[in-house]
Design a protein around this ligand. Sequence first.
Ligand SMILES: Nc1ncnc2c1ncn2[C@@H]1O[C@H](COP(=O)(O)OP(=O)(O)O)[C@@H](O)[C@H]1O
Ligand SMILES: [Mg+2]
Length: 341
Amino acid sequence: MTQHSLTHQHPAEAGARPGGAARPAHGDLAVVTHGLTKTFGKGEAARTVVSGLDLAVPRGAVYGFLGPNGSGKSTTMKMLLGLLAPTRGDVALLGQPLTRATRAALMARTGSMIEQPPGYGHLTGAENMRVVARMLSLSQAQVDRALALVRLSEHKDRLVRTYSLGMKQRLGIAMALAREPELLVLDEPTNGLDPAGIEEVRHLLVSLAGEGVTVMISSHLLDEIDRTASVLGVLAAGRLVFQGTRAALMERSVPDLRVVTPDVAALSPEEAGRLLAGLVAAPGVARRSADGLVVPGLAADGVAELVRRLVAHGVSVHEVRRESQSLEDVFMALTGGAGGL
Ligand SMILES: Nc1ncnc2c1ncn2[C@@H]1O[C@H](COP(=O)(O)OP(=O)(O)O)[C@@H](O)[C@H]1O
Ligand SMILES: [Mg+2]
């Protein structure tokens, strides 16, 4: 999907502002990529792990970057931050192309945490923050604000090696936040957190987005970010298989159809196969349930035809209804249920 259709289809949720159409095309997008591709290795050993990504992250959004383990999330984020050179394609951040010449200035406006939370175990939280502050010329006020935002102020004088994983993640977020970035790129910041920790990070990200910070956050677990994110990008094996709002993702799905009939036991698998022939990709995907038949992936005209065939076959149809489908089901179908989902 191009950045244009994203903002045009979902102006409210995608964060487009009135008059946005009159701006330069990239004005309302904090991250834009075209054909972003990364191949590791050469010759026989070459493996393309990120392939032709066209990302569009609206300004002020919480963008959930989802995909199973190994789908290429970290590799993509490293390219967005200039930590890894793309094999092909380009990146623009905050309306400017990311190049060697612009990287330092763009990174001063971007906070990030990639893979493991940073921080020296033999230093306290406050000492770690001082290292970052010196590197980025931050004020004590900025450091204190960041520690308060992640609720680490009272633990700042403890050695980081005594921190829980959640506290280490929060310190990493504080380091990313202290420079008061316009763009925050966080790679699996909820990884390994308990539900309370996840909730806290969620809350923090939503309030940052409320202040206008664009947050891009990755996860291999949909439910860790689905309620937080206003826009989702779903990666499967290095390809972007979906980008848009949560609602648009739900629309993508065709929920299973449940046919309630007392006659299902009398239907042989061959008969059931004949009844479904040409309606679904593979009749084998239908399954019997205690009270009838469950058929996935059947569109409206397929439903009408199936009912006609059932009636013609003498099957008494008591009820035909759509099963509700969770976002998780849609996500699983999109990503093929691979990896750690
Ligand atoms: N430096 C590298 N050299 C070779 N392969 C790599 C390198 N970094 C990552 N990969 C591979 O690229 C794929 C995507 O990895 P990654 O971006 O870490 O996925 P994710 O963050 O979604 O789990 C994986 O198969 C991984 O093994
Ligand atoms: Mg990763």
